[in-house]
Design a protein around this ligand. Sequence first.
Ligand code: SAH
Ligand code: SF4
Ligand code: F3S
Length: 439
Amino acid sequence: MATDRTFYLETFGCQMNAHDSEKVIGTLEQQGYRRVESEEEADLILYNTCSIRDKAEQKVFHRLQDYKTLYKAGKRFGVLGCVAQQEGEKIFARAPHVSLVSGSASYRRLPEMLSRLEAGEKRITGLDDRQTEETFETEFTARQNPYRGYITIIEGCDKFCAYCVVPYTRGKERSRRSSSVLDEARRIADQGYTEIQLLGQNVNSYRDPEGKRSFAELLAAVGETVGIRRVRFTTSHPRDFTRDIVEAIDAVPALCDHVHLPVQSGSSRILNAMRRDYTAEEYLEKIAWLKAARRPISLSTDIIVGFPGERPDDFIETMDLLAKVEYDCVFGFKYSARPNTPALTMIDSIPDEEKARRLQVLLERQREIQRVNYAKHLGQTVEVMVEGFNPAREQVVGRSSQNKPVNFSCAQAIAPAPGTYLNVRITTTHPNSLVGQAV
Ligand code: SAH
Ligand code: SF4
Ligand code: F3S
């Protein structure tokens, strides 16, 4: 085991990556490593990478370039995550100072890979062939988020949407045993967390290897964990989104009033080309269930504009869908061609300026929708969980159950700690946030 070795870890990408990093940090600490805050202080420099879009992928190579002189000082570099899995050994050619390349499906082997690194090996790989059935579970998770405990319930993806790298970077879809998930929920609650977020590329494609619980039943069981006040889950796939999920939200108070349901496009023709396995009509039917719930379920989504072959009339259908659903939050992206994906064989014919124009039109329309949605909270009192403090504005920042950001002032001399719940009366609304006063 190493003694007084240090590491630096920087994370890019989604919440799955952020949580993987918590597990990687815990594993390294268990191996005798100590985390430091800068590349210069570290013996081992790790980047946990993302390759969802072109720009995300470039970041890691820029970072490796910026710090490559540190190699001469005896420091070692490792690339983890999605770029690692996607580029594999090609990374050694492009950045020869890298010694370790590992995708997320191989993190179980990290202790072994670390000892080989310490023994001086220069070309260590942990690459997945979409065969593994294993999930990365560890009791050593070093939780970095002060108010939210993450739990991975399903890893990988078998959906193969035409534009997406994830099935190639995260391996095949595999679920954790529901009893193991519930044990972790219990441990998180014992550590003092009151909010849990269940994670997976498609959480609702969950299939319990023990055959004990459906996704909705697991969700309800996590929500019934003593001490847990808020449960979130992300991301849901529309195809596998079933009515019992809505029923669970209605029945279990701890499940939050929010569902993120990425639609990608409002045109069934484009959805078909994207291989999403649902039509716009089917999607809207599921939205209707959510809107008919007793709880005020807030909706958010992801949309890609400029997918190969997207015509102006397809884009208009996306705009129409936006108006029908009235989301509270939309993540909009310009399509970018990704390695290995089926969409690479389609001609990426829409110029970048046109993609940018469509994105801007979309986001401007959405801003107006949100302006109206958020204004409905004026004068209401909402329960907010504190996430931090903004000293510049002297405001406490937090979120409502619906996942809306709430910034507020508070009579207490000392700002309430992250994880505290307060009722806030809303006095001002914006298209992306609510402002108020603790009551
Ligand atoms: N598993 C989730 C999404 C994961 S990726 C789902 O199926 O919805 C997060 C978002 O990135 C996607 O929803 C999509 O909108 C966007 N995205 C993925 N690949 C992309 C690409 N090649 N170009 C542009 N946006 C992309
Ligand atoms: Fe990517 Fe589709 Fe899988 Fe989501 S469901 S991760 S978009 S392939
Ligand atoms: Fe990026 Fe991999 Fe997540 S590509 S978005 S880090 S699954």
